[in-house]
Design a protein around this ligand. Structure first.
Ligand code: SF4
Length: 164
């Protein structure tokens, strides 16, 4: 139809299901169409609070580079990690999911000083953690040390500094 008519298309996966599976189905379905240039508005339908549908929709658009937003990268953690990285990343993701953060930015949160600094340097803002402390990077340069418990606030301050 998109080849035949010039109308705007509204796309979504109907009855996608609960949050986890529904987001995956919606991302694949909506994302595939958007990558083909099909779709002018989107809808995510989850058996979950509506705010989750909005978050998923923003996530799909941001991941495809179709909307400003922070690209958050983080490591999977391993035996080298000496901080509660899962909790730290969850907290940053929760705060960044607010629609106010529309700035194009890459943020990296890494769990150790062995492999973390490389990825942290590649991002606009990065942090590589050691034992209870994180080294913040800005545009590839080490910037300051923060204690683990202050790291999320410090990272968010930097994001806001970029106009986020
Ligand atoms: S960055 Fe460090 S802690 Fe994270 S997975 Fe890689 S080696 Fe492990």
């Amino acid at each position: 139809m998109a080849k035949l008519v010039d109308y705007p298309f509204h796309i979504g996966i109907t009855e996608a299901g609960p949050k986890g599976r529904g987001i995956i189905k919606s991302a694949i379905g909506i994302g595939t169409l958007l990558l083909k240039g099909i779709g002018d508005t989107i809808r995510v339908s989850l058996t979950a609070p509506p705010v989750e549908e909005i978050r998923a929709g923003y996530g799909i658009l941001t991941s495809l580079g179709l909307r400003g937003g922070v690209d958050l990268v983080s490591c999977p953690t391993c035996g080298r990690c000496e901080v509660d990285l899962v909790r730290l990343v969850d907290e940053v993701e929760k705060r960044l999911s607010h629609p106010q953060y529309r700035v194009h930015l890459k943020v990296a949160i890494m769990g150790c000083v062995v492999n973390g600094p490389g990825e942290a340097r590649e991002a606009d803002i990065g942090v590589a953690f050691g034992k209870g402390v994180g080294l913040l990077f800005k545009k590839g340069k080490p910037y300051m040390k923060v204690r683990e418990e202050e790291a999320v606030d410090a990272l968010m301050d930097e994001v806001r500094g970029y106009g986020g």
